[in-house]
Design a protein. Structure first.
Lengths: 637, 588
């Protein structure tokens, strides 16, 4: 039996190598263009179009196109790579039709790369000199291409090692870089427990937010007497501003599929489901393509890789409810019921989908499985911290210079992510806090920026790892306003089942509104805390229990801002419109009338060349006058 | 599974309980009643109200007592200051999103939310803010839905789905905007609702109530006697339950006091629906015997329960040919009052106002059916009062119910057999029918009187009874989910019966949607409550001389004087009805 699997893999590899050589001539120039939802939104399809036109009109036949997923360097998309045999790979940023023309004329036709458009200055001498040359076999393919980009250099790519490297729709490319070796290894060993043991050794913990040890979860379901078991991949990524799962599903779908098949083998699942939110059409398309190709090539379905073991995968779509990312609600959604959480226990591992033992893991969790099998659980454990193995992908956003998906080893200092990878606070303003964990996360104040990024330290600081949102906040952000922002989201997305979350979030939001409108009393802070604790302690599901985190952690670390809002009717970040006033400094105003003309409410009065006045009751506080005044005469208090 | 015993501590007290016990039930063994709202012993676990939270050592959040099973060494605190505050705050949050109208609410005094708020000490509103607003849905003739009063405990949704198999109600929208209603929040009268009123019975607040008929009854009672002759008839199940509303023990028969109370209220004639129950038996037994003879359209399905009839028309119209065409006892009685009685009294039927006291809210819908009207279109039943509504009227009038002298029903249409009393319990109609059918089938004038096999509150009862030399297979279903199971089996040909009794409400009419809210320590749908209420009816039956419907001399007289032959032409005109498929829109 084991030999069958090895033979199968060898045959598959031969087949794909033949296909790859047949379709490509090694002497060709390759133009690599990002092809993921974010790249498309940034205009990568126009760029591809333009390149095609240039290629056609130039008459050259030695140029081929290579679509890849998304590297995670969001703010610099579309990213284009030009790979000329014998030359170092060159990456360009924010390419548009005009730049395409220049790249084509200079780089492709004349082999003269354009340093001014290179991604993150990667063609500068220093960058080339400091290029990361890694012998790490896990991320070698990635480093070879992107090792000279500072943003990537400081990352550790495991889950996202193929993003921006492979064509996400090509099984051949995936097999070429060692795809399905891991599955073959598991199947030829013929011992599901070995797989579980490797995952246990790896200290992999659920990347969906809870951080439950993955191996332990698999062990629990493997020990169930019921033989009909299911496995689910949770791709219902709902946190605003989080797109790790989308990035991985769109950029490296075969890796996720292979990881999931391995997991299914380990736990003895008979059927698996991808639960992907319907808002991710490209991810759905690519996973479906991966499933179809795997099925056509004997990697899914009956008798997988000639091992005698059978397993099937299918996709189910999420219909837009945040709560369906919660596992019991997700299960009900797949069952065709109203997506609401259920009381636990029983846990899904004992009674899940259709009452059968079910294992649910996040996309990123599955993305790590193949690496664990290929390079060993011990190696994976050595990457992270004492308690958690491996890396974590974060969606770095907010007031930070470089935004995007970053993958770093667990245990990395928060400040390294913000300052080294992220390049520091936008406009070099003062760092106020970092918000982690999505809408149910908390705020880490700037004073604690040295902390390690891992499940426990984050929880201790009053936040959570969550699915990996990381938003950098500067002194221009108001903490009360932010707490209100997140709570608006959770109150809106509360499923309505349990009292504390349904009613409590609404009441908390009402109090926060009062505070930002300057109508609150000091006792409202106590009420807010009381409600938050209630919600935290008595809600039915994790969503409700975590919903008050932004409130509690902002009160814990930034109580003075709350007090300022209430007692002094002042918002220091000038975010809370009701507490902001615009006045005109008569000494500075020269009566140029620019503000008068800009005011949409027509509430600025004054005669030419004389100081103007704002009619306060009619002022809508839009800030237009403040923006247009060239004499700093408008004061914002 | 062997019952493993587990040692736990609740509030410091050691306790040994079986392994699958929940904390809620374990605490009850110590005499601690943990407050609850969404929990209902007969319905699936919901765990949504969070009122029953307790503190369990080792957890940084609170667990719900209703859903948490004990484990060895578990230490539970049920009344720590943190728990007390959490429960209080949860109930306040529910109150904050609920109208502030306790004093003017129909459920004032019998509201579970009000009770919990008082018990848990919600003395002030700390968090009050905006409140949900929804229009009242009173489109249904039976049930009024007031979503503003809903606390989203989901009991109605569960009873409609799990017990009645109707699936009409569901939660819609999310978060603060969550609301319970029929699909797409369509009006109740356009929904698949079968009007059984079990949602009313399980609702902890006044979000579901029966359509009020008390006002119109007060009005006619106040009219001069020569303008309206107001008569009332009262269903078998009322006498077994209305005493509860006046603090009397569960299962106290109060027929005499009930009659007197109705006279005090000012009714000109007080009659007994039991009489028409006897009549139903005669008609139905005749129908049954003729079908037995021809072998056509068997099994015969009973037709007394209007909730079941609605269910039949909406979900099982293919079973209409099997269903008895007999009107329900209420409609038979109302018809007789506006024909036979009117004739006898020399009163124009239009001047007679018939009020029926029923344990049922579906009767309100039945009374409004077009087929239940005199040729000129006047409805035969003008108003239907539930047990609860009548109890309120008696209280409102200031009648001291318990100390009332026992009265007698007016004659004619006042004398009934014991067989009619047991109509109020599941299996009662079957037993009453069997008593008569047995005698008629054997033709010997005697037969068995008590059929223990069909008594009790089991959802589905089936047996074969040997009468003479015939084996009669029978089945009794109560609760429509059980009826569904039975009907599907019949349709698939897996089971064959001769006679089937179906009652919509679990436990029969004694547990109808219009019955008094359960007293302390009982839940609606409680089988113990059903048994005790039914026992009152069996006791009345036991104490009667007359035990078989066809032996009722008044009935014999009625046929001789007015109706003619059972199942005859006049009987059909007066006492029988017809059904039609009313498939819900969008279904099948």
């Amino acid at each position: 039996m084991p030999n069958n699997v090895t033979d199968f893999l060898t045959a598959l590899q031969e087949k794909t190598e033949n296909a790859l050589t047949a379709s490509s001539d090694n002497q060709k120039i390759v133009i690599q263009i990002g092809s993921a939802t974010c790249e498309h939104a940034a205009g990568s399809q126009d760029v591809l179009d333009e390149f095609r036109r240039h290629v056609v009109s130039s008459g050259r036949t030695d140029i081929s196109f290579h679509p890849t997923g998304c590297t995670g360097r969001c703010s610099k998309e579309p990213i284009v790579g030009v790979f000329i045999p014998g030359h170092a790979p060159v990456k360009y940023e924010q390419v548009n039709r005009e730049i395409v023309h220049k790249i084509f004329a200079s780089h492709i036709q004349n082999h003269m790369p354009l340093a001014e458009y290179a991604l993150d200055g990667s063609l500068e001498e220093e960058a080339i000199k400091n290029k990361l040359v890694s012998d790490d076999p896990v991320s070698k393919n990635f480093t070879d291409i992107y090792g000279d980009v500072p943003f990537f250099k400081m990352q550790r790519r495991i889950a996202m090692r193929n993003a921006g490297v492979l064509n996400p729709e090509s099984l051949e490319e995936y097999v070429h870089i060692g795809g399905f070796k891991a599955l073959a290894a598991c199947l030829s060993k013929g011992d599901p427990q070995w797989v579980i043991d490797e995952v246990l050794k790896s200290k992999l913990r659920g990347r969906g937010g809870g951080g439950f040890p993955t191996g332990k979860k698999w062990q629990m379901i493997a020990g169930q007497p019921e033989k009909v078991r299911y496995i689910i991949c949770n791709g219902d990524e709902g946190d605003p501003g989080a797109f790790m799962d989308r990035g991985m599903l769109e950029s490296d779908p075969f890796n996720i599929v292979e990881g999931m098949i391995i997991a299914a083998y380990a736990v003895g699942a008979v059927r698996g489901f991808y639960y992907i939110r319907a808002e991710y059409p490209l991810a759905i398309k690519r996973i479906q393509n991966a499933i179809d190709l795997c099925r056509q090539n004997g990697l899914l379905g009956e008798n997988i890789m000639n091992s005698g073991w059978s397993f099937n995968l299918e996709i189910r779509l999420g219909a837009g409810a945040f709560v369906c990312g919660e596992e019991t609600a997700l299960i009900r959604s797949i069952e065709g019921k109203r997506g609401q959480p259920k009381v636990r226990p029983p846990y899904p591992t004992t009674k899940g989908l259709w009452g059968k033992p079910t294992v649910i893991n996040n996309v990123e969790t599955f993305a790590n499985v193949t690496a664990i099998i290929n390079f060993g659980g011990d190696w994976f454990a050595s990457v992270g911290t004492e308690s958690t193995g491996g890396t974590k992908v974060f969606a770095l956003a907010g007031k930070v210079k470089h935004t995007g998906l970053v993958e770093v080893p667990l245990g990395v200092a928060l400040k390294d992510v913000v300052f080294n990878i992220g390049g520091g606070v936008l406009g070099d303003r003062e760092l106020k806090a970092v918000q982690t964990g999505g809408p149910a996360g908390g705020f880490i104040p700037a004073t604690q920026i040295g902390m390690q990024v891992d499940f426990e330290p984050l929880a201790k600081a009053g936040s959570i790892m969550g699915s990996g949102g990381m938003i950098v906040l500067s002194d221009e952000d108001c903490m009360v306003d932010l707490a209100k922002f997140y709570l608006t989201f959770t109150a809106d997305e509360s499923c309505g089942k349990c009292t504390p979350c349904r009613e409590g979030t609404t009441r908390m939001l009402e109090i926060l509104n009062k505070i930002t409108e300057g109508k609150a009393e000091m006792t409202d802070i106590d009420k807010l805390e009381r409600l938050a604790r209630l919600c935290q302690r008595t809600s039915l599901c994790g969503l409700g229990r975590a919903a008050p985190n932004p409130v509690l952690s902002s009160i814990q670390h930034f109580r003075d801002e709350y007090v300022e809002h209430i007692a002094h009717k002042k918002c220091r970040a000038k975010k809370c419109i009701a507490l902001v006033h615009y006045t005109i400094n008569h000494e500075k105003c020269i009566g140029c009338t620019v503000c008068q003309r800009a005011c949409p409410a027509e509430c600025i009065k004054g005669v030419r060349k004389e100081a103007h006045v704002i009619d306060q009751p009619r002022c809508v506080k839009c800030g237009q006058c403040y923006e247009v005044c060239r004499f700093d005469a408008i004061e914002r208090i | 599974m062997n019952q493993q015993m587990i040692n736990i501590r609740i509030d410091g007290e050691p306790l040994r309980v079986p392994a699958t016990t929940t904390v809620l039930h374990a605490a009850e063994k110590l005499g601690i009643h943990i407050p609850r709202l969404c929990y209902h012993p007969r319905l699936k676990l919901e765990g949504s109200c969070r009122v029953c939270v307790v503190q369990v050592k080792g957890f940084n959040y609170f667990l719900t007592a209703c859903s948490t099973e004990v484990w060895e060494g578990m230490e539970v605190e049920t009344n720590s200051p943190a728990i007390r505050q959490a429960r209080r705050d949860i109930v306040e949050l529910l109150m904050d999103n609920h109208p502030r109208d306790c004093q003017t609410c129909e459920r004032d005094g019998v509201c579970e939310l009000q009770k919990q708020a008082y018990r848990l000490g919600v003395r002030e509103r700390i968090f009050e803010g905006k409140r949900k607003h929804y229009p009242i849905d009173n489109t249904s003739l039976s049930v009024v839905r007031t979503s503003e009063k809903c606390i989203l405990c989901n009991r109605c949704v569960r009873v409609c789905k799990e017990v009645q198999g109707v699936h009409n109600l569901s939660q819609q929208g999310r978060g603060f905007n969550t609301v319970v209603g029929p699909a797409f929040l369509s009006p109740m009268d356009e929904s698949i609702c079968i009007q059984c009123g079990q949602c009313v019975a399980v609702c902890p607040t006044a979000a579901f109530l029966e359509h009020d008929h008390t006002e119109r009854v007060w009005e006619v009672l106040a009219l001069p006697r020569d303008v309206k002759h107001v008569v009332v008839h009262t269903a078998p199940a009322i006498r077994a339950t209305i005493g509860e509303s006046f603090g009397m023990p569960i299962g106290t028969p109060v027929t005499g006091q009930l009659v007197t109370a109705l006279r005090r209220l000012g009714f000109d004639g007080v009659f007994d629906t039991n009489v028409s129950a006897d009549l139903t038996i005669i008609e139905e037994a005749t129908e049954f015997l003729s079908r037995m003879k021809s072998g056509e359209n068997l099994p015969l399905l009973t037709s007394c329960s209007p909730g079941w009839i609605n269910f039949l028309e909406k979900f099982y119209p293919e079973m209409i040919p099997n269903t008895s065409t007999c009107k329900s006892p209420m409609q038979m009685m109302s018809t007789l009052l506006k024909t036979y009685y009117a004739e006898k009294k020399g009163i124009n039927p239009k001047d007679i106002y018939v009020v029926a006291i029923m344990p049922c809210v579906a009767k309100k819908y039945e009374a409004g059916r077009k087929e239940h009207a005199l040729p000129d279109g006047t409805p035969t039943t003008d108003a239907v009062l539930t047990t609860r509504e009548l109890a309120w009227m008696i209280k409102s009038y200031g009648i001291d119910f318990e100390s009332l002298p026992k009265g007698e029903f007016d004659k004619p249409l006042g004398l009934s057999s014991g067989a009619s009393d047991i109509f109020g319990a599941t299996g009662g109609v079957m037993e009453a029918a069997l008593r008569t059918a047995a005698v008629k089938l054997t033709g010997e004038g005697v037969g068995p009187l008590e059929f223990e096999e069909v008594r009790g509150v089991t959802g589905l009862k089936e047996t074969t009874i040997r009468i003479g030399d015939i084996d009669v297979s029978i089945a009794v279903a109560n609760g429509l989910e059980n009826a569904k199971e039975l009907l599907d089996a019949i349709k698939r040909g897996e089971r064959k019966y001769h006679l089937v009794e179906i009652m919509a409400c679990p436990g029969g009419c004694v547990m109808g949607g219009g019955q008094p809210y359960p007293p302390l320590d009982h839940d609606s749908l409680d089988s113990d409550l059903a048994l005790r209420r039914a026992r009152a009816l069996y006791t009345i039956d036991d104490n009667k001389q007359l035990r078989r419907s066809h032996e009722n001399p008044d009935i014999e007289h009625l046929y001789a004087e007015f109706i003619g032959e059972p199942n005859g032409e006049k009987a059909h005109a007066l006492l029988h009805t017809h059904y039609q498929a009313r498939l819900p829109r969008g279904i099948r």
